[in-house]
Design a protein around this ligand. Structure first.
Ligand SMILES: [Zn+2]
Length: 161
């Protein structure tokens, strides 16, 4: 985790001009690697689920875990949320959870779910988790890894029943 853009950023201000250019190239490289990974996982999820809508995820650099949804199903996902995931199965669950908010009709008229810290565990969140597990399993992702992710978040975000 010490290789995340945020940690690198702490040293950024001490770099020379040419080193800063190099830093940006590495930095954008990391974001584009994350974006490619997300695209591949989303493809796997959508090909094994029958969604009526077409979803798109856009990775952006932020230490936040706040996901932003737009009306046209573009979902902006912060790098800070993706680095929590230890493998593709856990990324798949995170993406599935956001899709679940649309599939469960939680997002209407620009209404976005609350994923702020401390995360509020509402009924909608638990239902989104439940739906996200179904979506992930249909795409052949591991239940064991999803449970491990939920367990690792239990201090910030209580596990649903
Ligand atoms: Zn949610």
């Amino acid at each position: 985790m010490d290789n995340t853009p945020d940690t690198i950023y702490q040293d950024y201000q001490f770099l020379s001009w040419s080193q800063q250019i190099r830093w940006w190239l590495i930095f954008w490289g990391k974001i584009s690697v994350m974006q490619k990974k997300v695209d591949v996982i989303l493809q796997k999820i959508t090909s094994s689920n029958n969604f009526k809508e077409k979803y798109k995820f856009l990775v952006f650099q932020s230490s936040s875990t706040q996901v932003l949804h737009t009306k046209n199903k573009e979902i902006y996902i912060p790098s800070g949320l993706l680095v929590i995931a230890k493998n593709n199965d856990q990324i798949a669950f995170i993406l599935s959870h956001e899709i679940a908010h649309w599939e469960n009709q939680d997002i209407r008229n620009n209404q976005v779910p609350i994923h702020r810290s401390p995360w509020q565990i509402t009924e909608a969140e638990c239902l989104a988790d439940k739906k996200a597990i179904e979506i992930s399993l249909l795409a052949q992702y591991s239940r064991k890894e999803i449970d491990a992710l939920l367990l690792s978040l239990k201090n910030e975000r209580p596990v649903c029943e």
